[in-house]
Design a protein. Structure first.
Length: 446
């Protein structure tokens, strides 16, 4: 399957997305690309991601200075649709958007994205993806008669998947972001995005594929609001929308099969029993004496924690803490956890199933706890649990659980669960790793 075929299946709108890609196995055919020239500023033909953020702020009417007093948006309720049937159908081209991260022309931008390996910080990309997904969602639901206002509050409900096809992203070449809505329910939308990096005047390299689930709320962000239906214009787009529906059904199925609700499968019970037997001291003939196997680490010893005080500068459009900021903090903690565990540089391969359960407020204390949940050969599956504490009341709430698939250049020590709870974390990590392998058939443990 060629790179262009993959992109057609992903978007079905190549008429507006003609992008030559670097293919290491076959020569690429030059195709015209809508881009700014070497002598033009990035904003001449395509907005930078920074400009996209400013446009979002103008659209929502974000407060320039933070205040505990929420902006009064009650006058926008009259613009809300009472039924989805009252909303016009939209097609994929209506929401299709492009933006650039101008690393090739803006030294200040390079400085913000540069890490100590002279590659791009993946955490900064997470922030940009979250912003871009919100922008795309608003384009799908924009009112052509009310160009400068919207009654909707659109937020990220779930990061379904982010797959990294290139782990060492160059810090001095432009990155193009593109995406559109690929499925729409009554109050939610699936947004699919792709990132490519400029290699030369005609060739681009695929970096990242991402799929977010966005939800629409009323002007006070208290109740669900209807979104525009999505219609297909080609057979390819019909298959894309059908895939979006399948993704929804798969999420519901996985939720029902969660280890928080259902017992492990017969295969999983066998795995846990085998791990338990491996830790028994055979000389004692006792089930209570545990011995760590060779080349293994107790799961309880694979943890790393962090505490963040949430300040106003980290807020989003609606005076809550920005979801992209939370993702970056979790990813960077997971990176440190993985680096300490494998004692070499880890490479992120995938992020999946990040559910935003509860907004984080300005002033909250954010506790992040990372641990290695599963290992296989040179891969690690890490889980980061995010919890907020209101310092005024002491109330604690889980806000997010993050799952990261990380690869090492060499095989890593096996992580060994000791308790039943850790065994469930192990099985859950294994499930996420199996999903990663299914989504990325080219990845195989060494």
């Amino acid at each position: 399957m060629t790179s262009i075929t993959i992109l057609k299946r992903s978007f079905g709108i190549l008429g507006r997305f003609k992008l030559p890609l670097v293919n290491t196995t076959a020569a690429t055919r030059p195709i015209s690309c809508r881009w700014y020239s070497e002598t033009e500023h990035a904003e001449a033909n395509m907005p930078t991601i920074r400009r996209v953020r400013k446009q979002l702020q103008e659209l929502i009417g974000t407060q320039k200075v933070w205040s505990e007093q929420q902006q009064d948006r009650s006058g926008l309720f009259s613009q809300l649709a009472q039924r989805q049937e009252d909303l016009e159908e939209r097609c994929m081209t209506d929401s299709y958007q492009e933006a650039v991260i101008p690393l090739g022309v803006d030294p200040r931008c390079q400085e913000k994205y540069l890490n100590f390996f002279k590659t791009v910080r993946i955490g900064k990309i997470m922030e940009d993806l979250d912003t871009f997904a919100v922008w795309i969602s608003y384009q799908h639901n924009r009112d052509y008669t009310e160009a400068n206002s919207t009654p909707l509050v659109i937020v990220t409900a779930l990061v379904d998947r982010i797959d990294l096809h290139e782990v060492e992203i160059q810090y001095d070449k432009d990155i193009k972001m593109c995406g559109n809505v690929t499925w729409a329910g009554k109050t939610s939308m699936e947004v699919t995005m792709r990132l490519h990096q400029k290699q030369d005047d005609v060739n681009w390299k695929k970096l990242i594929g991402a799929r977010f689930l966005m939800v629409a709320r009323d002007p006070d962000n208290k109740r669900a609001a209807y979104v525009h239906p999505l219609r297909a214009e080609t057979p390819e787009e019909e298959s894309i929308i059908a895939r979006g529906q399948q993704n929804k059904e798969l999420r519901l199925e996985q939720s029902e099969q969660s280890l928080l609700k259902s017992a492990p499968t017969a295969e999983e019970r066998e795995i846990i029993h085998k791990l338990f037997v491996e830790t028994l001291d055979q000389r004692s003939a006792s089930f209570s004496t545990r011995v760590k196997p060779a080349n293994a680490v107790w799961m309880g010893d694979s943890k790393l924690k962090n505490l963040i005080v949430c300040f106003p500068e980290q807020r989003n459009l609606y005076n809550k803490i920005f979801g992209g900021f939370l993702m970056r903090q979790a990813l960077e903690l997971a990176y440190a956890n993985a680096a300490v565990y494998c004692q070499r540089r880890p490479m992120f391969k995938s992020v999946d199933s990040i559910q935003f359960r509860k907004p984080v407020e300005v002033g909250d204390l954010l506790y992040l706890a990372s641990q290695v949940a599963y290992t296989e050969s040179n891969y690690m599956q890490l889980r980061v649990h995010a919890e907020v504490v209101d310092p005024r009341t002491g109330d604690r709430d889980t806000t997010n659980v993050f799952h990261f698939t990380v690869k090492s250049s060499e095989p890593v020590q096996s992580v060994q669960p000791k308790t039943y709870g850790e065994s469930m974390l192990y099985l859950n990590g294994r499930r996420h790793f199996m999903n990663f392998l299914r989504e990325n058939p080219g990845e195989t443990p060494e």
